[in-house]
Structures are given as C-alpha cells and as structure tokens.
Unconditional design. Sequence first.
Length: 323
Amino acid sequence: MSKAKIVVTRRWPDEVEARLHDRFDTVLNEADEPMSNEQLRAALREADALLPTVTDRVDAAVLSEPDRRARIIASYGVGFNHIDLAAAEAAGLTVTNTPDVLTDCTADLAITLLLMVARRTGEGERHVRAQAWSGWRPTHMMGTSVTGKTLGLIGMGRIARAVAQRAAHGFGMRIVFHDPFPPDAAQLEGLNATACKSPEAVFEQADFVSLHCPGGKQTYHLIGAAAFAAMRPDAFLINTARGDVVDEQALIEALEKGEIAGAGLDVFEHEPRVSPELLGLENVVLLPHLGSASRETRVAMGMRVLENLEAFFAGDVPRDKLV
Ligand code: DGY
C-alpha cells in the first residue's frame, strides 16, 4: 500500500522527522521559513495531510482551495486559533492538536516568568552583564516576594491547574480564578483555589494575574485598559497564553502610568514583532514564545501528531480530533 503524503510546514526535532519519514511520504520545509498562503494551499492540493504549527494561518481563504487532496490538518501545538475550525469542518476536514504533552512545560515557564518579574532577575542579569554592579547593599534591586501571595488565573484548564499546583505547593500561594467553564471539584482538589464570578473579581485580589485562556475572537483584548484599571498597582501580569488576549498598547500605557507593577510575557499581539516601548521597560520580562520549548516536550508534541495521523489513516477517530 502506498504511503500517505504529508507536508510539514516547519522543521521538527530530528527523531520525530525520522519517524514521519518512516511512516509517510514526507515533504519537509528544509529552509524552515514560514510558508506563504499560496504554499499552504499548494500543500493542501498536493498532500493527504498538512502538518502546520501555531504560527501558520490556516484561514478560510487557505481552506477554500478548490482542488484539495488533503483530508486532515494535524497541527503541532495545543492552541488552535490559527485554524478556522468552522471552515475546516464545513470543508469536511479533520483537525487535530497536541494537548496534554506540553502542560507541565508551559506551566513551568509561567512560574519562571512570575519569579523573574517579581524578583527582577532579567534586570539583574542585564546589570551584571553591563558590569554595572558595584556590590551588595541592603537597598539594591529589591523585588517582590512570591511566597504566600495571591495568584489570579484567567482560565482554569489543564495548564492553569498545573500552574496552580506549582504555586500552591511550591510557594504556598492562594489561588483565585475565573473560567466561564470551570473544572469540576475533583480537578481542583488540593489546589487551594477559589472560583470567582468575573475576571474583575480576580483582578481585585491578585498579586499576580496569569492568563490561561485560548486565543481567538472570544478572548481578543480581554485584558485591556479596563482590566488594568481594575488590577492592583502592585500586581504583575503573566502571559503564556496568546498575545492578542492582551491589548498590547493598553499594557504599555498601564506599565508607563504605574497602573500595574510589571509583566512577564512569552507571547505578543503581533508576534514575532514586539512593541518597541516594551523593549525599553525594565519591569517587563520578554521571552520568545518558549512555553513548550523543552526538547522532551517538542519531541512529545511531534509524536502526538504522528499518533493522530496514524489513527486517522487507519480509519479511526484521532485522539485529539477538534472537528
Ligand atoms: C501551543 O502549543 O499552542 C503553544 O503556543 C506553542 O507550544
């Protein structure tokens, strides 16, 4: 039986690419440059499966390709706001993602950002590297303590709960959260977590606000001027979710006006562009979308795509079918 043909839009870890080559007629993007809309449409025309990542925009225009051969879009990543799911479903395409395997890794990074921004570690490192450090003194670069503080979570899915677990057990933090679709009591057990009826109720109480909601139309600019006004002036915002959940211009204004104390950001509204104003602010920690970027996790994500594809081409329902 001939192998199904797949197009992979970016380079993946070697061992995953080797497995893909074993099982499928695999076309890699050797240059590892983002593919254009026309290249994505060509892939849909020429292959049985498209394997995009979270930075490929698989929108209605791409999906409207009339001579489509592809029957499945097996995406590498948990987020799926880069794919027009309604258009994919209407076109009869199956779409899968890679949940679970990146939960711990992303939660670790949210805690990294929280600690970095609270304890001014980015600033401290720049200070040492610039050879500006003149020695220890009681008032030098005082940050904010984390232990025992209140962590506010917007969204209480898998990653948020993994963050809560680390914060509650590692740092004795109290957790408050808002989620329109809250998890059941069993999933909250041992997390020291209290549900709030609105995001505002979270903002009022939290020393740290960490975002864990999906991106897309529903949450676009959820965190804007009104949210910053509702947050405490000593609060920090942490974003490992999606950049456009935050109105980046409103965030800059809130930071400049001292409406909040700082921000730890792994995602940006116009990635990979970062607003120049953010680059100049010392009370902001900036990372290049590293949430799932551990070697083990990136391999596991690839293997999960492989599992979804194998199920699909064997005629089964893939474990991570979205539509
Ligand atoms: C995702 O998977 O959605 C992340 O943003 C990339 O790991």
